[in-house]
Design a protein around this ligand. Structure first.
Ligand SMILES: Nc1ncnc2c1ncn2[C@@H]1O[C@H](COP(=O)(O)OP(=O)(O)OP(=O)(O)O)[C@@H](O)[C@H]1O
Length: 359
């Protein structure tokens, strides 16, 4: 089967400004694929390029194997759901869902049948007669999805569709969106700046920074095996410590830092003498007494007890803050602010990456 979407050397520039740089990517049929990155990194531009609202300055977009050059948005097998949903408030739910079919001249009985099925798929079977203005935020989301699905796109593009919802509903809708996608089986391409959203819903994620796709992988790969400092810092919390590589030993390396000698995994094969960043997640930190081999000391600034986990902020001698999320060992004596504390980590839980020049 042809890939759902292929990007080959896609560049989008606005005047001198490069909004998307050399995007190369294959999205498989039936995948839930997310673009994750901070505001302004080019996510929306890329989505609009796939849907046909923007022509790439250079490169090729293929959908279902076919080159989309010169093919307008309404001729592509895609549907786009915007942040604001753009539903018709005075129409009923059923009329909203059937709108695209009516415009295309689909006969009434066929339309009604289709709308009925879609209402079931998005769990709104009892709500077809209601006005959109009578629905909750989550229900409106589902109407927008059903309306987009009505015209049978092979790819559904979603531009931060949950960002207007409150936190609780947003979390609930993550599971719902994922379930709807699995049920209908078509490719979803989702853009978000919220890493929790991307991690919980996606089969794979492309992490973007300043127009560049820095890494593509499943949630675990981008969280546990980041390949660039940007990905390590953007996806989840991470402590980062600068230094210079002093020794290599197999998959590991040792770093000379202002906080002493620290070790970590060396997946990108940094060499002795190279400037590097050591990344260690707060949850990989332990109280030094636990037999860890590397670590540092500092003054406890803040202790936030959450039951299953306690978040500790330490100020180390360089003035840098280091975060530790200590596991909920019931016997754990909690540090107190002002206390001098030793924290450590297992070198296998830390990651060394090349320090970018602008760092
Ligand atoms: N039509 C345009 N003309 C000029 N610059 C543009 C245009 N559209 C987007 N840009 C610029 O391209 C960059 C990427 O914008 P884009 O909307 O793709 O970012 P984004 O990652 O979707 O951000 P957000 O999450 O804030 O929507 C931004 O710096 C933006 O100012």
């Amino acid at each position: 089967m042809a890939a759902a979407v292929e990007l080959e050397g896609v560049n989008v520039t606005f005047g001198d400004f490069v909004a998307v740089k050399d995007a190369n990517l294959t999205i498989e049929p039936g995948e839930f694929f997310s673009f994750l990155g901070p505001s302004g990194c080019g996510k929306t531009t890329l989505l609009r390029t796939i849907s046909g609202f923007i022509e790439p300055t250079r490169g090729t977009v293929r959908i279902g194997g076919a080159d989309m050059k010169g093919i307008g948005p309404n001729k592509r097998p895609t549907a786009l759901i915007f942040q604001n949903l753009a539903l018709f408030p005075m129409m009923t739910v059923a009329e909203n869902i059937g709108y695209g079919l009516r415009v295309r001249g689909v006969p009434r009985h066929e339309r009604d049948e289709k709308v009925k099925n879609l209402l079931i798929q998005v769990a709104l079977a009892e709500h077809g007669h209601k006005k959109v203005s009578e629905l909750s935020g989550g229900q409106k989301q589902r109407v927008a999805i059903a309306r987009a699905l009505a015209v049978e796109p092979s790819v559904l593009l979603l531009d931060e569709p949950l960002s207007a919802l409150d936190l609780k509903l947003r979390q609930h809708m993550r599971a719902e969106l994922r379930a709807i996608q699995k049920r209908v089986g078509i490719t979803f391409i989702y853009i978000t700046h919220d890493q929790g959203e991307a991690l919980t819903m996606s089969d794979r994620i492309a992490v973007m920074n300043a127009g560049v796709i820095e890494q593509v992988g499943d949630g675990r790969a981008v969280y546990a095996e980041p390949r660039t400092p940007f990905v390590a810092a953007f996806v989840g919390e991470n402590n980062q410590i600068r230094g210079r590589i002093t020794a290599r030993d197999g998959a590991m390396a040792t770093l000379d830092t202002p906080l002493g000698t620290l070790s970590g995994r060396n997946p990108v094969a940094l060499d002795v003498g190279q400037e590097a960043l050591l990344f260690v997640r707060p949850e990989a930190m332990q109280l030094r007494a636990n037999g860890t081999t590397v670590g540092f000391a500092g003054e406890t600034l803040d202790v936030a007890y959450e039951g299953s986990v306690t978040h500790v902020t330490l100020r180390v001698k360089t003035g840098q803050k280091v975060m530790a999320s200590l596991g909920g060992n019931p016997g754990l004596a909690l540090p107190t602010p002002g206390e001098h504390l030793h924290l450590g980590f297992r070198p296998e839980d830390a990651l060394l990456l090349a320090r970018p020049e602008r760092h």
